[in-house]
Structures are given as structure tokens and as C-alpha cells.
Design a protein around this ligand. Structure first.
Ligand code: HEM
Length: 398
């Protein structure tokens, strides 16, 4: 048997990119890397990154060479346990399977459409008579919290709690220096979340409703309470801020291109708008993986044991797949984007987000407010390297 390591070139080092550039304008960083060194170690973050679509997909799907299992990440400490997202193989599948019933595509519409419509209409009612609002505060944030409280089975939580918990989990998961002050905040959030879960579990055991928590606790052979809790935290930390940001980025794209918006209104192209928004601005820009076994890709040796980043935001702009990838264009030829990941850890919530936005929020918003436009005085800014979206979206309504 040949046990020698595969041979390849050392990973090229990108010394140009700074943390500021990644936060401010990662699109330009990745454009250069795709052209000059698609697999590179960015010195500023000391991580090997993959920026081409085929490589990003391979990192997510080649389980022989890349895995998620990692017990050294601050994520475990921040989430109060080991989540399904950082497990591989049977351990991962068992926990994923425990919540799968809640995401069954054929049941989603029957289960949630009416309550999502009700939620949306109530929020739109509150905009009536207003001249100018920030759509982040008045629509996207309460919608995201509201639909997730229903879909996750967490009606006892407040909107503010969901956002605070999500922020605490994300900060904790990124706490590479294991700063105790950061974990103090995530510990507090964990205590509040666990209390909320316990309260809701008692209710779901009496009257199941098909939500994620209800599905997990009503299995004939349920997973451990500790795992139910940590995996609920994945659905909070990975969905509340992301759904808000995806919604806002798509609305911004449409409002910047009134001709495309008009086409959506006239021809009901909301599904195309939803997919293009997801492609154009991936709310989760990158996902980590551990190299399980050394591998050579494009002549470059990726050494065993490295933590690497698959940059789905860059995969979505790969010039080999998309023409003019930096432009928002709902009419572009359809190709699969990687905003929801790929392989065994692919996002479970993509279809719920699509149901909410393309079938309910987009058509209803523009039906109610046909003159809705970007506030011409507003400077809409996108920020963030790991997570990315507009910080606000000021619009005029009449
Ligand atoms: C626009 C909103 C969302 C985005 C952009 C997003 C993105 C992602 C991505 C990229 C992953 C894969 C991470 C990886 O490969 O390591 C993921 C995983 C996951 N997402 Fe989402 N997500 C969104 C909404 C949701 C919602 C609404 C839910 C639940 C209601 C959800 C539940 C999950 C779960 C449970 C996983 C882990 C799956 C596993 O490890 O097997 N997500 N998400």
C-alpha cells in the first residue's frame, strides 16, 4: 500500500489582503484571488481560502478529504455544546435526521403560508401612512424574528431576544482568542435560550405543531436534550440575522434596478429575484472545514490538519459560470448558487426562507406600496467578511 503524502506546490501566500479590505470590499479581494491564486493562504487571517466555484463545492462535498468535525473551535464553548454543524458521518446524520421532518418541502406551504401572510400583512399595516422608513428596522428584522419564532417553535421568545441571542452566538463562535468577556455574553444568552426551550418543549409535547423544536422533541426516539438545545442554537445563530440580511440585499438590488422590479411586478418573477439576491450577496460568505487527509488540488498541496475556508460568496461570482457576476440581474441564466452551501451540511432552511420572501413578502410589499423607492439621501453600506448585508435600508413609501 502506498502511504506517502501526495506531492504538490506549497499554498501561495496572499500578503496584499487586509482585514479592512475583507470587511469593506471582499468582492474585489476575491475577484483578484480567483484570477491570480484561486487557492491561497490569506496572511491577514492565516487561513487557506478556496475562491473558485468548483473548489468550494469540492470542499463541501469531498468527505474523504474535508470534514467539519472540530472540538477545538470556540463555537463549542459559545453554543454550550457540540452542534451538528461540527460533526461528520453517522453522528451528524442522526442529529440532522431528527429535525428533517420540519423542513419537508411538500409540507412547508400548508404548514406556514397562512401565518407568514398574517405576519407580513400586520407589519405592512404598520407602514401605512408613513412617508419614509428604514426597511431594516420596520420590516426585515421583525419579519425574520417573527417567521423564525413560528418555524422554530419559539413563540415565547421576543424579537429582541432572538437577535441578541444570534449576535451572542456568532460573536462567541468567532472568539478565536477565547476572550472570557465574550463568552460571558454567550453564556448569559445560553441560559436564556435553554430556559425558553424548556418552556416551549413542555408545550410542544402537549400539542405538536411541526416546528423544528416540536419535531425534534416528538420523535419516537428523540436525540439527547443537550443536542436538541445546541442544534436549536444553530437555527437561531445561522438564520435570524441571515434571513434579515438576505431580504434586505434583495430589496436593495430590486430598488436599484427599477426596470427589473417592474418586470417582477408585471410577470411575477419573484422567485428569480429571490435567487439572484441570494447569489449576489451571500449572507454567510464563508464556511470553515478541516482537512482530514492531505490532498492536491490544481497542483497545490492542501496539508492534513489545516482549517480552510470555502468562500461561497466568491463561488457565486465565478466568471466561469456567471457573466458580469458583480451586477444584480434577475434575468441572468439560472445556475445553482452556493449561498446555502452544499453536501451533507447544506442549509436546511433555504425553502422556508424562499416561501416567506418570493411567495409572500416581495409581492405583497410592492402591491401595497407601488411607489416604494430608495431614499436618495441614503448611503446604503454593506459590511462584513464572515456575515454580510446592508446595515440599513432607508426608503420612501409614497
Ligand atoms: C437566508 C438565510 C440563510 C442562509 C444564507 C443560510 C446559510 C447556511 C449555510 C451556508 C449553511 C451551511 C454551513 C456549512 O456548510 O458549514 C447552513 C446550514 C444550516 N442552516 Fe441555514 N441559512 C439560512 C437560513 C436558515 C434557516 C431559516 C434555518 C432554519 C429554520 C436554517 C438552518 C440551518 C441548519 C440547521 C444548518 C446546519 C445543517 C447541517 O449542519 O447539517 N438556515 N445555512
Amino acid at each position: 500500500m502506498n502511504t506517502s503524502s501526495p506531492k504538490g506546490k506549497a499554498v501561495p501566500i496572499d500578503r496584499t489582503t487586509t482585514l479592512f479590505m475583507l470587511d469593506e470590499n471582499p468582492e474585489e479581494v476575491y475577484r483578484r484571488l480567483r484570477r491570480e491564486m484561486p487557492i491561497a493562504r490569506i496572511e491577514a487571517i492565516d487561513r487557506i481560502v478556496f475562491t473558485k466555484a468548483a473548489d468550494v463545492r469540492r470542499v463541501k462535498t469531498d468527505m474523504e478529504h474535508f470534514g467539519s468535525f472540530d472540538t477545538t473551535t470556540p463555537m463549542q464553548r459559545a453554543f454550550g455544546g457540540h452542534t451538528l454543524m461540527r460533526k461528520d458521518g453517522c453522528d451528524h446524520m442522526r442529529e440532522r435526521h431528527a429535525m428533517e421532518g420540519a423542513f419537508e418541502p411538500s409540507l412547508l406551504s400548508d404548514r406556514w403560508k397562512k401565518s407568514f401572510e398574517h405576519l407580513t400583512d400586520n407589519l405592512l399595516d404598520q407602514l401605512n401612512g408613513k412617508e419614509a422608513v428604514d426597511l431594516s428596522q420596520t420590516l426585515a428584522a421583525p419579519l425574520s424574528a417573527g417567521y423564525l419564532k413560528l418555524a422554530l417553535g419559539l413563540e415565547a421568545a421576543t424579537d429582541a431576544q432572538l437577535f441578541d441571542w444570534a449576535a451572542a452566538l456568532i460573536q462567541g463562535a468567532m472568539n478565536a482568542s477565547f476572550d472570557p468577556a465574550v463568552f460571558e455574553i454567550s453564556d448569559q444568552a445560553n441560559e436564556e435560550m435553554n430556559d425558553c426551550f424548556d418552556q416551549m418543549i413542555a408545550r410542544h409535547q402537549k400539542s405538536p405543531d411541526g416546528s423544528v423544536l416540536s419535531t425534534m422533541v416528538n420523535q419516537t426516539d428523540p436525540i439527547e436534550l443537550s443536542q436538541t438545545r445546541t442544534n436549536m442554537k444553530i437555527c437561531i445563530g445561522g438564520a435570524v440575522i441571515e434571513s434579515r440580511d438576505a431580504l434586505l440585499s434583495t430589496l436593495y438590488g430590486l430598488l436599484r434596478h427599477p426596470d427589473q422590479l417592474q418586470a417582477c411586478i408585471n410577470q411575477e418573477l419573484w422567485k428569480q429575484a429571490c435567487e439572484e439576491g441570494l447569489r449576489w450577496m451571500a449572507p454567510i460568505q464563508a464556511s470553515p472545514r478541516i482537512v482530514r487527509k492531505s490532498v492536491v488540488m490544481s497542483d497545490v498541496l492542501i496539508p492534513e490538519g489545516e482549517t480552510v475556508m470555502a468562500i461561497q460568496a466568491s463561488a457565486n461570482y465565478d466568471e466561469e459560470i456567471w457573466e458580469r457576476p458583480h451586477e444584480f440581474d434577475i434575468h441572468r441564466e439560472a445556475h445553482a448558487h452556493q449561498t446555502f452551501g452544499d453536501g451533507p451540511h447544506q442549509c436546511m432552511g433555504g425553502d422556508i426562507y424562499r416561501l416567506l420572501t418570493s411567495e409572500i413578502v416581495f409581492p405583497r410589499l410592492f402591491d401595497r406600496f407601488p411607489n416604494l423607492a430608495l431614499d436618495t439621501n441614503a448611503d446604503v453600506r454593506f459590511r462584513g467578511f464572515g456575515f454580510r448585508g446592508p446595515k440599513s435600508l432607508p426608503v420612501t413609501l409614497i
